[in-house]
Design a protein around this ligand. Structure first.
Ligand code: BGC
Length: 761
């Protein structure tokens, strides 16, 4: 069965959202509706002007009508002036904005100010949130919504209108320098988190600019972070990828950002996709984005050299070149029009897309957002950051040493410089925190009756000797990552990034023998707890020699309190892995194959197809060190009572999750689908994530988790038909704790467009 009609707003888009989360997400005091309703009172007078002389300022007209009126008044050079950014200096500092597209005062068009980013506002001090990987580990869209709203609120109070976030690229290669900015390796998880984040952000009257469309999956090797790399560098690399993999693995979250979150704008990526620059690709920008998905917002280029050709980008769909018109200079634009390579109609379309979106978001009809840091709810946002760090901390191993009992401890050894420094990613996601309590200090405060000893870990023998005297040793280790360059290996002992001293704000954490430090400490103290503050998966060759492992990612400014809460059991360890941790680097999908990564002659071939992340490990029958979706709790859960019902072509699945332990904790039931392969050329993974939910359960308590699988959830991309198709056959529904612990099993079948629940083979 071919599904011609792609997702539409309010249509079948809710595949797998749990009912509980949908209910939990409602309600807010939003100044501007994300549908672009005129601003509510409190946002100041309109900056558009007098309706008599400027009829496009009439808010009773639709955005399209207002756009037509305004376009009719504009000269060609006025139109072209809106297509290029106007400040390259800002891109380096990010403060007070990372870019600006100047308006036209004589027509009442205000300046458009833009800010980064996914981890918090870049530039001046702002709430430093945990990295998006931590948010992804929370498996909690409601928390993503609050994070998006908090970041956008700060963006607004710094005087900006548009926010370059979230990142919806999928992690294909764990070495990728921007892994920390993503939501991990699964498109469904990225989609659910991304949609909620954008919805939250846009309720603040800020336009979200989802990025990077498409395929910013690698930064390259031998680089100068945060700018560029020589081999497979992000500005140079051509991603050679089959259409099914592209659609199913990499484009799906972007599609949801339009159909479910009505996102205002897209940032087109630096690289090439199947030979066409992402910022000049007819396939990506016109055929898919506009013709198929019906996007009616505008496209902003990534910064410096993402646009590679004036005519291609203008004709195919990039509206604004940032941070400066380099290919969109007045001269090059005028020439393109005067030579007839770009039509006036195309110019009107590009400018119209910008103006219509601005009208839709009430941009003309309010006062400037004025910079005023005092209006930021510093404590409220810190609470969201802390909650994310707690819910995103993933407990990988625990022999019972955690949670720590403050009353029973006499001496705690805290080891590692990252217990006092703040590891964070480099590049446009680096945030100057409003405050920072180091984990060492927060742990000492939490266990005030114990003595807290500290060693920076530079001398493993000294650290081990200190650990030998303590009841528990907590070893903090960290890696280093930045946009502009990929890691050279996954080991914690990996050398520091080349030239990384040039990355602002990155402490020198790489290049130290951290594996040896962990081993040395574990050898003298059986209660050794390892806290990983990392950008993505790392190798854990010592995992069986330590008592506990907690992945904190880069936990942000509230790291100290959040980690103290988790380690001492004031809350549960709430996170589940949004990506697989491999046992060895050779196990990863792109390892050992330079054609795949970093590519040869700047061509990276996606020959692994749809087998990214856990799909790869399952297919290869390789056991990861810790699988996708995995994460321990301080309590235990049982899963039972899987029920299925087919209703109007949708599958309603529900199950009961019960807390069988003696502490309250976070249950995160997950539902996966095994799809039949219609032919050899369409292989299917053993399972793919299609639903999850989140429940705080007291001891003995249970919850019913419900999931809706719509027709899209059962579909694959049929290349020759050019659409989503459901294969006839048997579908395996698998549910439980994580991708490799799915005790609940059932089947359903599709036959010529009819879904049936029950046994099949
Ligand atoms: C990054 C973008 C970022 C922009 C502005 C670029 O280098 O790729 O993600 O939004 O800079 O800082």
């Amino acid at each position: 069965m071919i599904i011609r009609n792609n997702r539409k707003p309010g249509g079948l888009a809710a595949a797998g959202i749990t009912l509980g989360l949908m209910l939990g997400a409602c309600g807010s005091s939003d100044p501007v509706g994300s549908t672009g309703q005129p601003p509510l009172p409190g946002l100041g007078p309109s900056r558009c002007g007098d309706v008599q002389t400027r009829p496009w300022c009439d808010t009773r007209l639709s955005p399209a009508e207002r756009t037509a009126l305004l376009l009719g008044e504009m000269t060609l050079s006025q139109k072209l002036s809106l297509l290029g950014g106007d400040n390259i200096v800002a891109a380096a500092t990010g403060d007070p904005y990372v870019g600006i597209s100047e308006g036209i005062p004589e027509l009442g068009i205000p300046d458009l100010r833009m800010s980064d980013g996914p981890v918090g506002v870049r530039g001046s001090p702002a709430t430093a949130f945990p990295t998006p990987l931590a948010l992804a580990s929370s498996f909690n869209p409601e928390l993503a919504r609050r994070t998006g709203k908090a970041v956008a609120n700060e963006v607004r109070h710094k005087g900006n209108d548009l926010l370059h976030a979230p990142v919806l690229d999928i992690m294909r290669n764990p070495l990728a320098g921007r892994t920390f900015e993503t939501y991990g390796e699964d498109p469904y998880l990225a989609e659910r988190l991304g949609v909620a984040w954008i919805q939250g952000a846009q309720t603040e009257g800020i336009m979200a600019n989802v990025k990077h469309y498409a395929m910013n999956t690698q930064e390259g090797q031998i680089g100068l972070p945060p700018i560029t790399s020589l081999i497979g560098g992000r500005q140079l690399v051509n991603h050679v990828i089959d259409e099914r993999t592209l659609r199913e693995m990499h484009l799906a979250p972007f599609e949801a950002a339009i159909h479910e979150a009505d996102v205002a704008s897209f940032m087109c990526a630096y690289g090439f996709v199947n030979g066409a620059a992402a910022c000049g690709s007819h396939f990506l920008l016109q055929q898919v984005l506009r013709d198929e998905w019906g996007f009616d917002g505008f496209v902003v280029s990534d910064y410096v050299l993402a646009v590679k050709d004036t005519v291609m980008s203008l004709n195919n769909g990039t509206e604004i070149e940032m941070p400066l018109g380099m290919f969109y200079t007045p001269l090059l634009l005028q020439t393109a029009v005067l030579t007839g390579l770009v039509s006036m109609e195309t110019v009107d379309t590009r400018v119209g897309n910008i103006l219509r979106t601005l009208f839709r978001f009430g941009f003309f009809d309010r006062a400037d957002y004025v910079r005023n840091d005092d209006l930021v709810d510093v404590e409220g946002h810190a609470a969201v950051a802390r909650e994310t760090a707690e819910q995103g901390a993933v407990l990988l191993r625990n022999n019972g040493v955690l949670p720590l009992d403050a009353a029973a401890l006499r001496k705690i050894a805290v080891i590692g410089s990252s217990a006092v420094e703040r590891p964070s990613g480099g590049g446009s996601s680096a945030v100057v925190p409003l405050r920072f309590v180091p984990p060492r200090d927060a742990l000492a405060a939490r266990a005030a009756s114990a003595e807290t000893l500290y060693a920076d870990g530079s001398d493993a023998a000294a650290a081990a000797a200190l650990a030998a005297t303590a009841d528990v040793a907590i070893v903090f280790v960290a890696d280093k990552a930045s946009e502009g360059v990929d890691k050279t290996c996954l080991s914690l002992d990996c050398p520091a990034l080349p030239l990384s001293v040039l990355v602002p704000g990155l402490p020198e954490l790489g290049g130290k023998p951290q594996d040896a430090l962990i081993r040395a400490v574990a050898a003298t103290n059986p209660n050794t707890v390892v806290v990983l503050q990392v950008a993505g998966p790392v190798l854990t060759p010592w995992r069986d020699q330590v008592a506990a492992i907690l992945v904190a990612w880069y936990p942000g400014q509230e790291a100290g309190d959040a980690l103290a809460h988790v380690l001492f059991g004031d809350t549960d360890a709430g996170g589940r892995l949004p990506l697989s941790f491999p046992k060895a680097e050779v196990d990863t999908p792109t390892a050992g194959n330079p054609l795949r990564y970093p590519g040869v002659a700047n061509q990276a071939f996606y020959t692994e197809g749809i087998f990214t992340g856990y799909r790869w490990y399952d297919e290869q029958q390789v056991e990861p060190a810790f699988p996708f979706g995995y994460g321990l709790s301080y309590t235990q859960f049982a899963y039972e009572g899987l029920q299925l019902e087919a209703r109007r072509g949708q599958l309603l699945a529900s199950l009961t999750v019960r807390n069988t332990g003696s502490r309250a904790g976070w249950a995160t039931p997950q539902l996966y689908l095994g799809l039949p392969s219609p032919s050899e050329s369409v292989p299917q993974p053993q399972r793919v994530l299609k639903g999850f939910s989140r429940h705080w359960l007291a001891p003995g308590a249970s919850a019913r988790a419900s999931f809706i699988l719509d027709q899209r959830a059962f579909s694959y991309w049929h290349v020759s038909a050019g659409g989503w198709k459901i294969a006839d056959g048997c579908y395996a529904i698998q549910a439980g704790a994580h991708s490799r612990d799915l005790p609940l099993r059932a089947t359903a079948s599709w036959t010529q467009g009819t879904l049936r629940v029950g046994a099949c083979s």
